[in-house]
Design a protein around this ligand. Structure first.
Ligand code: PPS
Length: 574
């Protein structure tokens, strides 16, 4: 009889040095050039260190990389579908030669590993994108990462690990491959089916994993990714709290939960195969592969980038070689008449009523504070998510006023602030142009670069206020479109609202008012680069609200803003 675990999981790498060797390496590392690992590299390093990426013993060298791109194999023929590479800046790479050692550091400067450089090359990102993702469409998050975030030079070579990246969250749930294998063995779990997820789990997920475990006659490992997932996903803190609730729904001793610090690439079929190999390393014998597994969503042409079953087909094809069996994910739906879930292919929709709530509909209901029925989600999970995504009336929001000097931004911003304070309910912070220039940006002038920096600082502070449920009222000139868009992105990724308000009072009126006498000075050439005179103001393309203060009082303008907040659901007017 084949013994499944181990050696089913295969040989496991452990790249961590023993304590004494690590101490010696730490001292030696003082002399080495150091590279500060990016968020993705930190995840990759951790999986390399603990053997989640076995048989890799470091970041890929050029020959391995080329072969992985061409036919999903390392130089020695081992199946490996995803490049795991160390990208560094041009500047850093200039000082590095083959044979050098590089200290790899975490964001606090702690040396986590030493890289022994064997390779050093400049990859072709378009070619990599096409080979790995089957497309160079930047709508694919993996492609976008390569093109926008990857540094231009790759360093390859084996690593020695001194310390794992520090995690202070959920330490009891972060099991390494060796620890999980040991746990399975101790519990007598000879067959284990792994479930990969990057989303909160609802009843349908629990039902499908039940079914998969039954089908494989196996125990179940819920193995969510908590490294990097698709931009816009629910943060892992909230998700893990949800998984902990969900775990209680399984019969005792049948199911385990462990967190995987993987950085996903959203690479569809290749990624599914990679996930399967990783789960084999973690001691699992079976792996649930979803419809459109690790899918990147739609491309720029509006079509799905991968076919819905491509991932399942690829994993199935290589199942024997990698030593883990694919269990296809079966879509579960709630059947009203039966008051239970069933696989969709076992329901006759002409006789029975299938109930489902799409992801988009679920998010809409959460946003608007609407009911989520019990057949769809566990109340404990829904409550967790409601905390993370409160209805708009409890979310943070940024009001971003932009317009020429003297257009009336500060006056309206002040009036809105006072009105909101009068209503109560949310903390309100005013980031007025002049205030910010005094307290946050006192060393900055009015060059394009300095203005951008000034607005980015405002954006950062506004995003933090918004994230924590407050109202941030910003009132700088913010003359450049690109920078305003950056601020919008920062705020929206902080789970809050963003309303751009163009105070569109015409230049002639601003100049006529000239409260600070600056237009006169600009016209006289005493100040240069003055917005509207000899520096551009790029008019917002699609502001949430436009106000011209030529013929309206501050009260009227503030009222328009409050009505906008109300129509977007951020406040309820009595
Ligand atoms: S920016 O472009 O958004 O960083 O500008 P901001 O921080 O809002 O600062 C604008 C205020 O600084 C005064 N000021 C100038 N404005 C524009 N161009 C030049 N060259 C300039 N020099 C000084 C001006 O009084 C602005 O105040 P407001 O409140 O907008 O009238």
């Amino acid at each position: 009889m084949t013994q499944l675990i181990p050696p089913h999981g295969g040989a496991l790498k452990d790249l961590r040095l023993a304590a004494e060797a690590a101490q010696a390496a730490r001292q030696a590392a003082v002399e080495y050039p150091s590279w500060d690992l990016t968020a993705r590299q930190l995840c990759d390093l951790e999986l390399l260190a603990v053997g989640g990426f076995s048989p890799l013993d470091g970041f890929l060298g050029q020959a391995d990389y080329q072969r992985v791109l061409a036919d999903m194999r390392l130089e020695d023929g081992t199946l490996w579908p995803m490049p795991v590479t160390l990208d560094v800046s041009e500047r850093f790479a200039e000082g590095i030669a083959v044979g050098d050692h590089v200290a790899l550091r975490d964001p606090e400067g702690v040396v986590l590993a030493i890289l022994h450089v064997t390779d050093h090359w400049r990859p072709d990102f378009d070619a990599e994108a096409r080979a790995v993702f089957g497309t160079d469409d930047p709508a694919h998050p993996g492609v976008a990462y390569l093109k926008e975030q990857s540094h231009p030079v790759y360093l390859g070579g084996p690593i020695e690990v001194l310390d794992l990246p520090a995690h202070y969250d959920f330490p009891h749930l972060r099991m390494t491959p060796a620890e999980l294998r040991e746990r399975f063995q101790r519990s007598g779990w000879r067959r284990v089916v792994a479930f990969q997820t990057r989303n909160p789990m609802h009843r349908a997920h629990v039902e499908l994993t039940f079914l998969a475990a039954r089908q494989a006659e196996a125990n179940l490992l819920i193995h969510p990714v908590v490294g990097m997932t698709k931009p816009g996903d629910v943060d892992h803190y909230s998700r893990v709290r949800c998984y902990e609730h969900v775990l209680k729904k399984y019969p005792e001793q049948t199911t385990a939960l462990s967190l995987l610090p993987l950085a996903m690439r959203m690479g569809g079929p290749r990624e599914a195969l990679w996930h399967a190999i990783i789960r084999r390393n973690y001691g699992c014998t079976h792996f649930i592969v979803g419809r459109d597994h690790a899918g990147p969503g739609k491309g720029s042409d509006g079509e799905d980038i991968y076919g819905p079953y491509e991932a399942q087909e690829l994993v199935e094809r290589y199942g024997d070689e990698i030593g883990i069996r694919m269990v296809p994910f079966r879509m579960m739906v709630y059947v009203e008449e039966r008051a239970e879930y069933a696989p969709i292919d076992e329901v006759d929709e002409t006789r029975e009523t299938v109930m489902n709530i799409s992801g988009t509909e679920f998010r809409r209901r959460m946003r608007e504070g609407l009911e989520i029925p019990d057949w769809f989600g566990y109340p404990e999970v829904v409550a967790e998510l409601r905390n993370t995504f409160p209805p708009r009336a409890r979310q943070g929001v940024t009001l971003f006023f932009t317009g020429l000097s003297g257009s009336g931004k500060s006056t309206i911003a002040n009036a809105v602030m006072v009105k909101l304070l009068e209503r109560g309910g949310r903390p309100v912070t005013l980031l007025d142009g002049d205030l910010v220039r005094k307290h946050l940006s006192s060393e900055l002038g009015f060059s394009r670069e300095h203005r951008d920096l000034n607005i980015q600082r405002i954006g950062f502070v506004a995003a933090e206020i918004t994230r924590n449920g407050g109202v941030a009222i910003c009132a700088p000139i913010a003359p450049y479109r690109r920078t305003r868009r950056q601020v919008r992105d920062m705020v929206e990724s902080a789970n809050g609202g963003f309303i751009e308000i163009h105070v569109a009072t015409p230049l002639e009126e601003c100049e006529r008012r000239d409260r600070k006498g600056l237009y006169a000075k600009a016209r006289a050439g005493q100040i240069s680069g003055f917005t509207g005179i000899d520096d551009p103001y790029e008019v917002p393309e699609a502001p949430g609200l436009t106000i011209d203060t030529t013929d309206c009082t501050p009260e009227e303008a503030a009222q328009q803003v409050l009505l906008k907040l109300e129509s977007r659901g951020f406040i309820a007017l009595d």
